[in-house]
Design a protein. Structure first.
Length: 280
């Protein structure tokens, strides 16, 4: 399963044509954060959908590898960048237990810029610079070259993670479509794609915590997409091709919605485009 190949771009569910206008602007300001290797070939074999469902039902038992409890201020003091985003390297326990001020509640949150297995604290896919170099332009200048975009350094952790994960999922969906058109589900690339979708759907596959108001919306769309990916991967296309094709359309639509929002959020005039696309 490679990401460099001449494949067509998905058509976004909403029309971006009316909102893709260049506008100057600067980096986003971080809101107070609330605690809350090549693609699929690098993904280890995953359990069945039944096993995944069982694991999801036992989600409360999951714990991060680093079990020390810290305050949000402590994390900000040690890891916040100039924009105010807490960015913890993958080799420094990015999944943290964070206590809320004035409360006994403890939240588990991923402060890296990658979707990780929350127990092992490792990426669910190969986290290479090559992937970033291919994926970031795709979701910015390739989609709308006349729009002004922020830099990789200015993107939130969640936006960075979605650049990588959605880019891989896009290829997986295109491989799936090819398999459906050819009625051939035996290829390794198709199996790799299904494995990747199973992994993303697992509870333990934790996306970065929201650190900007728009991160919340992006997280909601991603959660909806990965749920449909997991449902797609749990089906046997040879047993019921019609049902599989219907679920594929749902998975594709959900992915398109997340990818369309991501393109808007990576632009310097994100607020204007958000209003134009979704309304006030």
């Amino acid at each position: 399963m490679r990401w460099i190949q001449p494949i067509r771009v998905f058509t976004l569910i909403f029309s971006l044509a009316a909102v893709l206008s260049a506008c100057g602007g600067g980096a986003k300001e971080a809101a107070s954060p609330e605690p809350a290797q090549e693609a699929a070939e690098a993904t280890a074999a995953e359990p069945s959908s039944a096993d995944t469902a069982k694991e999801n039902s036992e989600s409360n038992a999951a714990e991060p590898a680093s079990d020390a409890t810290e305050t949000l201020k402590e994390l900000q003091d040690q890891y916040a960048d100039k924009l105010g985003y807490i960015r913890i390297p993958l080799d420094d326990h990015p999944v943290r237990r964070v206590s809320e001020e004035g409360s006994k509640n403890i939240n588990v949150a991923n402060y890296s810029d990658t979707v990780v297995d929350m127990n092992a604290e490792v990426p669910i896919h190969a986290n290479t610079q090559r992937l970033i170099d291919d994926a970031f332009p795709f979701f910015t200048t390739v989609q709308a070259p006349d729009v002004s975009y922020i830099t990789w350094d200015e993107a939130t952790n969640l936006e960075r993670a979605m650049v990588k994960t959605l880019f891989i999922s896009r290829e997986g969906l295109l491989i799936t479509e090819d398999a459906m058109n050819n009625k051939d589900y035996s290829s390794q690339s198709f199996q790799d794609s299904m494995d990747f979708f199973r992994v993303t759907a697992k509870f333990e596959s934790m996306a970065p915590v929201a650190q900007h108001p728009y991160d919340i919306t992006l997280s909601e769309l991603y959660d909806k997409a990965r749920k449909s990916w997991g449902e797609l991967a749990a089906m046997d296309p040879e047993q019921d091709e019609a049902a599989f094709a219907e679920k594929y359309q749902t998975a594709r639509t959900d992915a398109n919605n997340a990818m369309g929002l991501l393109n808007i959020l990576l632009s310097t005039n994100e607020e204007e485009r958000m209003e134009q696309t979704y309304g006030k």
